[in-house]
Design a binder for this molecule. Structure first.
Ligand SMILES: Cc1ncc(C[n+]2csc(CCOP(=O)(O)OP(=O)(O)O)c2C)c(N)n1
Length: 362
């Protein structure tokens, strides 16, 4: 079959200079030039801009609440919070359509919320209850909702990558225009599965978006200590001839625009794209992370100053998309949703022992 030549995707044009942008930041801010930030997107209406903020706030409050219930012993096992990375998840997932697939790793609550999965059932999964999305048997790292095409939640670093390629291969075989998006961290790029999957995805021209959330650390290891090229991923895909788009992961609109362009291209041409969002987790790797001692306080503070839960609503106010009272109402409605989710989880039964071996594929 003759292939039409695919256009090369580029993030150029996604960022527009602003006269009174924030003060430039140092290189330690992951190389992102904060003096160039996008204006509010022209392609999104006010209700969508507002919905994106609601989802970001929902993730933040969900995560904070999970942290509290972990300390109380109501949530057990591992808990990897997404606090700080909300703009990336929302910018990446909101432009997907319902027929598209998402595969992700253990830092998955934010992705699940962004996908619009039932907050009650995500929370119940956290609490290990049988009303949870994985019937309480998966927990925090294994959120799964096949009808919504949310295919996990995977605890093994890099394991989700070949699964995503398999889903994309099936779509290619069935000649659909469905896009598969797979999330992973910078640490996963050192796994063999990453290179194997990239290679085959390129050879077979699979319709998959490789979405890397580069938060600069894999557990306690700074990316520069474990990767030959450090935090620079610009030519990471050279060997596979896959386009790379690098975007500011603290800017929800920049992520959304870059991702929308990538989705359009993958849908039309069926070839893989690699997106790198530069972001940061504000808290430890997981609740087992003893005090986050491998990061300099000043580095964390620098990133916290770019908290998307502060900068984005500020922009919405500046551009007249919302009023202060809209934001107050929103905050109350998000709190009510989280409170209801906790109540639902607390009041749900544990999985029955008789179901222990159900759904085991062996
Ligand atoms: C194959 C494998 N090796 C090691 C681990 C332990 N582990 C869990 S998370 C993690 C760090 C991964 O970091 P990254 O991919 O950057 O994602 P992030 O946690 O920063 O979101 C490691 C090494 C694992 N789960 N699986």
């Amino acid at each position: 079959m003759e292939q039409t030549e695919k256009p090369r995707i580029t993030a150029t044009g996604l960022v527009r200079p602003v006269s009174n942008g924030p003060a430039p930041v140092s290189q330690s801010n992951n190389g992102f030039d904060a003096s160039r930030v996008p204006v509010l997107s022209e392609s999104l209406d006010d209700s969508e801009l507002f919905r994106m903020y609601r989802l970001m706030l929902l993730i933040r409050r969900f995560e904070e609440t999970c942290g509290q219930h972990y300390s109380l012993g109501n949530i057990r096992g591992f808990l990897h919070l997404y606090i700080g990375q909300e703009a990336t998840g929302i910018g990446a997932i909101t432009p997907l359509e319902a027929r598209d697939y998402i595969v992700t790793h253990y830092r998955d609550h934010g992705h699940a919320i962004a996908r619009g999965l039932d907050t009650n059932r995500i929370m119940a999964e956290m609490f290990g209850k049988n009303t949870g999305l994985s019937k309480g048997k998966g927990g925090s790292m294994h959120i799964f909702d096949a009808p919504q095409r949310f295919m996990g939640g995977h605890a093994i670093v890099g394991a989700q990558l070949p699964l995503a390629a398999g889903i994309a291969l099936a779509q290619q075989y069935m000649e659909t225009d469905v896009v598969t998006m797979v999330f992973f961290g910078d640490g996963a790029t050192n796994q063999g599965t990453f290179h194997e999957t990239l290679n085959l995805a390129s050879v077979w021209q699979l319709p998959v978006i490789f979405f890397m959330e580069n938060n600069l650390y894999g557990m306690g290891s700074a990316v520069g200590r474990v990767r030959h090229r450090g935090s620079d991923f610009s030519d990471a895909m050279g060997a596979y001839d896959v386009d790379v788009v690098s975007v500011d992961g603290m800017d929800v609109l920049a992520v959304r625009e870059a991702t929308q362009a990538a989705i359009d291209q993958v849908r039309a041409h069926g070839s893989p794209i690699f997106i790198e969002a530069k972001t940061f987790r504000f808290v430890g790797h997981s609740f087992a992370d003893p005090g986050d001692q491998y990061r300099d306080r000043s580095e964390v503070d620098l990133w916290r100053r770019r908290d998307p839960l502060v900068t984005y609503p500020k922009r919405l106010l500046e551009y007249g998309v919302v009023t202060e009272s809209d934001l107050d109402d929103l905050s109350a409605s998000v709190d009510a949703e989280i409170e209801a989710a906790v109540e639902f989880a607390m009041n749900s039964p544990n999985p029955d022992m008789s179901e222990a071996f159900d759904d085991v594929y062996a």
